[in-house]
Design a protein around this ligand. Structure first.
Ligand code: PEP
Ligand code: MG
Length: 572
């Protein structure tokens, strides 16, 4: 079967089906003598659940980042909720239910209550309550956490994984994951790449019917292929591939501590995309020379309220300090589209990707935007920080955002708080309309960064997360090439530098095209950095320019792809 190759690497292991659990208790009526005992069992289980959650929270904080860990603190509060505990205790005392039944009934009661509420945020709590309920029930039954029981060669198979599911994957035991839903740019895929776990997503729901627990599975995160119960021939083919992949990784390590340069010695910036503080170290390990995109929305996700200025400042400062002199481009809140914040009241939209999102929302709600601008400015005092606005479509938007930035600076000055007065500011170019007015936009900023994930989505009218039409979401389409080339040229005509932080920046085939078009900075998932550094060394800007010019004359995505494949073969 073939899905979308979401995170590179190869794994051979045993499937672990992550099913959505249904709460089910062994029901038993108890007699009066047993009441105390059941109450005690319930209390112990609740305490143990809190302890488990605290450990998971700590572990997630270490492995991924404080933002992702936040959800487990919310879960602890649910376990300790006095009202729910009271309902359970009364069930045991008055209705003579055993602890399991009292728990399940209380959880059901609260979960349906939440599900029935108007508020979207409260509705989303339903899943949390059930999740917590399952945890306590499992403890009551004397079973241990599935995570601890995973065999060493687990391949997690699920309908979808939330960012917090992904964050919790035990990297020592989980070799790969495979999901029925999702796309290359969905957030679980992005996190898989930063954790370095191979992943294939978007296989379609039918796929789940085919899999059984404990099946042998091959996951090819490079091609998107999945083999269930493979024969000996396939297995041996993939054992060889796995070995070759390991060797390739070792070979690429030589580029870790060398600067990215073209064959004739021109330095080019090869930097990485991160989603949270925990991604910094893996990026440095992979030889990243800076951060071209810090997706700050992860700081806002999986929690109950907005992070304040202080909390954001701490996170941004941590990243800025860890990167030393390397540039750190912090993108302001890019929420909406496929990234929802349940605690922010947002009206239902027919087309969320074309809706009230990113800079549009931020300009409309300066009380959300300002604290972030101030937090980023404050962090600029501690490193080489730059700021970037997402989803810019008009000149007014940039001017308005810059005005708020100036206000934020004034307020910090009044508060006597230091920041870098020269901090660069830039915009993402991810709306085709913005390309058409790029020269005017460049008057307002210090740099552009091309966001191809969205730019392709809007240029080709193709939902970036819809696997059925994924063939249209191609960086090789002539329209996309022209948009990229024009953005770089417009920026350079006005003496600003131009980078790229969409997935296309790490695309091996596209590399000479981008280099030849004059791209100054390539920002990608950590896993692509070493290979792109190597490939850059095969080209001079001049040679690459010939590729760019020739590619721009081609008429279909297929022609472009074939041409670039040819070029890659000849480059050394
Ligand atoms: C993009 O759109 O290319 C981009 C880098 O932003 P995101 O993937 O976070 O939308
Ligand atoms: Mg985008």
């Amino acid at each position: 079967m073939r899905g979308i190759a979401a995170s590179p690497g190869i794994a051979i292991g045993k499937s672990i089906l992550k099913e959505e659990k249904v709460l089910q208790a062994d029901e038993r009526e108890i007699n009066s003598n047993e009441v105390e005992g059941e109450l005690e069992r319930l209390r112990e289980a609740l305490e143990k659940a809190v302890k488990e959650l605290r450990e998971i929270q700590e572990e997630t904080k270490q492995k991924v980042g404080p933002e992702e860990a936040e959800i487990f603190s919310a879960h602890q509060m649910l376990v300790q909720d006095p009202e729910m505990t009271q309902v359970m205790e009364e069930g045991i005392k008055n209705e003579k239910k055993n602890a399991e039944k009292a728990l399940v009934d209380a959880v059901e009661q609260y979960a349906s209550l939440m599900a029935g509420l108007e508020d979207e945020y409260m509705q989303a709590r339903e899943a949390d309550i059930r999740d917590v309920g399952n945890r306590v029930l499992r403890i009551l039954k004397g079973e241990s956490d599935q995570q601890e029981n995973l065999p060493d060669d687990s391949i997690i198979i699920a309908r979808d994984l939330t960012p917090s599911d992904t964050a919790r994957l035990d990297k020592d035991r989980v070799l790969a994951f495979v999901t029925a839903d999702g796309s290359r740019t969905s957030h679980s895929a992005i996190m898989a790449r930063s954790l370095g776990i191979p992943a294939v997503v978007g296989l379609g729901r039918e796929f789940l019917e085919e899999v059984e627990d404990g099946m042998q599975v091959i996951v090819d995160g490079n091609s998107g292929e999945i083999y269930l119960d493979p024969d000996e021939e396939k297995l041996s083919e993939y054992r060889d591939k796995l070995e070759a992949y390991r060797k390739e990784k070792e070979r690429l390590a030589q580029f870790k501590d060398v600067k990215a340069v073209t064959r004739d010695g021109e330095e080019v910036e090869v930097v990485g995309n991160i989603g949270n503080t925990g991604d910094v170290e893996p990026l440095l390990e992979q030889g990243g020379e800076g951060i071209g995109l810090f997706r700050t929305e992860f700081l806002y996700m999986d929690r109950d309220d907005l992070p304040g200025e202080e909390e954001q400042f701490e996170a941004y400062r941590e990243v800025a300090e860890a990167m030393g002199d390397y540039p750190v481009i912090i993108r302001t809140l890019d929420i909406g589209g496929d990234k929802d914040l349940p605690y922010l009241e947002q009206p239902e939209e027919m087309n969320p990707f074309l809706g009230y999102r990113a800079i549009r929302l931020c300009l409309d709600q300066p009380e959300i935007f300002k604290p972030q601008l101030k937090a980023i400015l404050r962090a600029s005092h501690y490193g080489n920080v730059k700021l970037m606005y997402p989803m810019i479509a008009t000149l007014e938007e940039v001017r308005e955002a810059n005005k708020l930035l100036e206000e934020a600076k004034k307020e910090l000055e009044q508060e006597d708080i230091p920041f870098d007065r020269e901090m660069e500011k830039g915009i993402m170019i991810e709306v085709p309309g913005a390309v058409m007015i790029a020269e005017d936009l460049s008057d307002e900023v210090d740099f552009f960064s091309i966001g191809t994930n969205d730019l392709i989505q809007y240029a080709m009218a193709v939902d970036r997360g819809n696997e059925r039409i994924a063939y249209l979401h191609s960086p090789y389409h002539p329209a996309v090439l022209k948009l990229i080339e024009e953005t770089i040229a417009a920026g350079h005509r006005n003496d600003i530098w131009v980078g790229m932080c969409g997935e296309a920046a790490g695309d091996e085939l596209l590399l000479p095209f981008l280099l030849g078009a004059g791209l100054d900075e390539f920002s990608m998932s950590a896993g692509s950095v070493l290979r792109i550094k190597e490939l850059l060394g095969f080209w001079t800007r001049e040679e690459a320019r010939e590729v760019t010019e020739a590619a721009l004359k081609l008429k279909t995505a297929r022609e472009v792809q074939e041409f670039l494949e040819e070029k890659k073969k000849t480059a050394r």
